[in-house]
Design a protein around this ligand. Structure first.
Ligand SMILES: [Zn+2]
Length: 373
């Protein structure tokens, strides 16, 4: 097989460069300057989505078929790695979804889809008082339940409300198992969040804000709350849903200014992503999508119908330069979930690539050197 060669404007760790890269056996084998490379092709590391429930009619809770549908849909939008994300459901359903992710991983992933290095367990270890659009099936993170989800071998990230009984011990156990601990769907005060972040840090683990500003209250001078504690912590990465609905542009720019190198763009997409307006479903609840806004019958904002290329364009329109954006979409999320073999264009790393036009539309996506979509 002749090795794949791509020419264009490469977004390298040191900055953009006119050049070409050669792919062999799924890895970036060689990067070289090329003065006459096409100027209308931007080549970036593929995007990494650490929080995505669904897309193209499929949802993580559906099992292998749903996971395949969402992995393919998001790959067409430049995402080369994603963590299928569960929703708060009765405990057996949560376990079943995690086992399905493990099954897909053991089978070698989804042909034509993004790589799946594990799941994001979002719920059920969340506050019953801050469910957002999650169904009311929250439970406490007992040692038995934590052991049970870890035994599936699928969990790479978890969302915890740190005020729940047993949450500190759970945070330690997850961090020790190499699982990124996200603080979210919480009514905790800043001090409780700080205690959880310290516990994760003490084990050498990674911490994160699960969709910063959503389902965690706001920031006030005397009441910094979870967002204040998470932004102020120098080690926590900060997931942001930049769809123009979940977070005000200024709130995103605040996080970016206060936490350089720690913002991670996610989709939090649901099964309706990629399908346009109409009726849909989230965690067994009916959802209506209108004008790209997904809501529950009571008007609560549900998940998004976002894809990461759209998030990229929105952030670019807010004045964020491409190298910084690439960090938010690829390098920072990859490192936050312990993936060191991807996230930037470097010889020897996985050939996870996205080719963009000058107006930032996806022209091609490669997962380990194989064109998808
Ligand atoms: Zn959520």
């Amino acid at each position: 097989m002749t090795p794949l060669t791509l020419s264009g404007q490469l977004l390298l760790p040191g900055g953009p460069q006119s050049g070409r890269l050669t792919v062999e056996a799924g890895r970036i084998e060689h990067i070289a300057p090329q003065a006459d490379a096409p100027t209308d092709r931007l080549i970036l590391p593929g995007f990494v989505d650490t929080h995505v429930h669904g897309g193209a009619g499929g949802d993580t809770m559906d099992g292998p078929e749903g996971i395949a549908a969402l992995a393919r849909l998001h790959a067409r939008h430049g995402t080369t790695t994603l963590l299928p994300t569960t929703i708060t459901n009765p405990w057996p359903e949560v376990l079943r979804a995690l086992r399905a992710v493990a099954q897909v991983m053991r089978a070698g992933g989804v042909p034509g889809g993004a790589d799946l290095p594990g799941a994001h367990l979002e719920g059920p270890f969340i506050s019953p008082g801050r469910l957002g659009a999650q169904p009311p099936c929250a439970v406490d993170p007992t040692p038995e339940r934590v052991a049970e989800v870890l035994a599936t071998g699928a969990v790479r990230a978890v969302t915890l409300a740190p005020e729940l009984p047993g949450a500190l011990a759970a945070a330690r156990a997850f961090a020790q198992a190499g699982v990124r601990v996200g603080i979210g769907h919480t009514r905790a005060d800043a001090e409780t969040v700080q205690a959880a972040l310290a516990a994760v840090r003490a084990t050498g683990g990674q911490s994160c804000a699960t969709h910063l500003f959503n389902a965690m209250g706001g920031i006030e001078g005397r009441v910094p709350g979870p967002p204040g504690a998470l932004i102020a912590d120098p080690h926590a990465t900060l997931e942001v849903i930049l769809d123009g609905l979940h977070v005000h542009p200024t709130a995103f720019l605040l996080a970016r200014a206060a936490a350089p190198g720690r913002v991670v763009l996610i989709t939090d997409a649901m099964r309706a992503a990629g399908l346009g307006d109409g009726p849909s479903e989230l965690g067994g609840q009916s959802v209506t999508v209108q004008g790209g806004r997904a809501t529950l019958p009571d008007g609560t904002l549900a998940g998004s119908v976002l894809t990461l290329d759209a998030a990229l364009r929105r952030a670019a329109s807010l004045g964020v330069p491409l190298p910084e954006l690439s960090h938010m979409l690829s390098l920072t999320p990859a490192r936050s979930v312990g993936l060191h073999d991807r996230g930037e264009l470097r010889e020897g790393l996985r050939a996870d690539l996205v080719v963009l036009s000058p107006d930032l539309q996806v022209q091609a996506t490669y997962v380990a050197g194989v064109a998808v979509g």
